[in-house]
Design a protein around this ligand. Structure first.
Ligand code: FAD
Length: 318
């Protein structure tokens, strides 16, 4: 079933969905299954699985020379999606990125997903690789998420890269795209970023999932601005509980988000790690209660491997 169908079939209901990361290479699925076993009682309509492109790694040789190699540290996105659908009968949403993919690679990946009966994808650009200053598009690939959305939309209309394919099988992917309540860090301003988000929707995007944020007002304002820009699709807030003191600085550095003063003050006052965790959980519970009251179609949790914390939050809000 498509992500957007869950929303239209249950108007007024706030679903709970999750994002998980593939294990590091060499790891197994058991930790993921343990976490999902814990979260299944909350009946997620879908589970997102992130995609991680290759990273450059420098290995020092005895001579002092550094060898640069590219490795993918978290492969397995598609396999995990198939495993989740098979084990739990829940829709899995693979993230698909532009970086590292030629258009041909993307087409073949989409064919795999279609054959696996995966109905949903989240179309993203991806970030710069480690040791690269900015995102450089892969030769023969896409520069922006909108180009990826267009390619998926083309396949939904039976249009493949090979113009000789006349009656290509039409895929039927529901396409999610990313949105940024606090602006994407590269965008010159919010209006410009919103314009590009609106273009992704016009090109075939069916819904938006937002970057994490910690102040609901930013989300409400974002939704208002999206609507004013003509974006009509469902907008799903992305939520990450703060669980550790170092995240006060680490999350803004990595995800370009702001921490509200009140949350910073509370965390700084906490005497212990356990105290920080309780503050983070309580903060998220209040965020979620307000979002439910506002009637958001879904709350999307960035689990980051911590199913126990998410489970505690969900028990407090449902
Ligand atoms: P885009 O929509 O292409 O936007 C990137 C920037 O370019 C923005 O500043 C935008 O305003 C600007 N822009 C867009 N179109 C144009 C244009 N035509 N001309 C000029 N400027 C333009 N990354 C991963 O590697 N793997 C994941 O699994 C993953 N999952 C994510 C899930 C969510 C919900 C979110 C919010 C992000 C995720 N990311 C993931 C991170 C994402 O790849 C980065 O935030 C990336 O920097 C931007 O991706 P995008 O799809 O928003 O890009």
């Amino acid at each position: 079933m498509k992500v957007t169908d869950f929303f239209t079939q249950n108007p007024g209901k706030t679903h709970m969905s999750f994002e998980i990361l593939p294990p590091l290479k060499g790891g197994s699925m058991s930790d993921i299954f343990k976490m999902l076993d814990l979260l299944m009682e909350f009946k997620p309509p879908f589970i997102d699985v992130t995609y991680h492109r290759e990273e450059f790694v420098y290995t020092k040789h005895e001579s002092g020379y550094y060898e640069k190699t590219a490795i993918r540290k978290r492969p397995g996105t598609v396999g995990i999606c198939a495993a989740i659908m098979h084990k739990y009968g829940v829709e899995a949403v693979p993230h698909l990125i532009c970086g590292g993919f030629t258009k041909e690679d993307t087409e073949n990946a989409l064919i795999d997903l279609n054959f696996l009966d995966i109905k949903n994808v989240l179309a993203l650009r991806g970030d710069a690789m480690t040791f690269e200053e900015k995102f450089n598009f892969t030769p023969g690939g896409h520069a922006y998420a909108i180009d990826l959305v267009k390619q998926i939309n083309d396949m939904n209309m039976g249009k493949y890269l090979d113009a000789n394919i006349e009656k290509g099988n039409k895929t039927d992917f529901c396409i999610g795209v990313a949105g940024y309540p606090e602006k994407h860090f590269e965008a010159p301003n919010m209006d410009n970023d919103l314009l590009h988000t609106a273009e992704k929707i016009k090109a075939g995007g069916d819904y938006i999932v937002t970057q994490m944020y910690f102040d609901n007002q930013k989300f409400f304002e974002y939704v208002k601005n999206c609507r004013a820009t003509g974006i009509k699709v469902p907008i799903v807030p992305g939520i990450k509980p703060l669980t550790k003191r170092y995240q006060l600085a680490a999350l803004p550095r990595k995800f370009f988000v702001n921490m509200p003063d009140e949350l910073v003050r509370e965390v700084n006052k906490a005497q212990t790690d356990a105290g920080v965790l309780e503050i983070g959980i309580e903060w998220t519970i209040q965020q979620c209660k307000e979002l439910i009251k506002e009637g958001v179609p879904c709350i999307h949790f960035y689990t980051m491997g911590d199913g126990k914390t998410i489970s505690r939050i969900l028990k407090a809000i449902i």
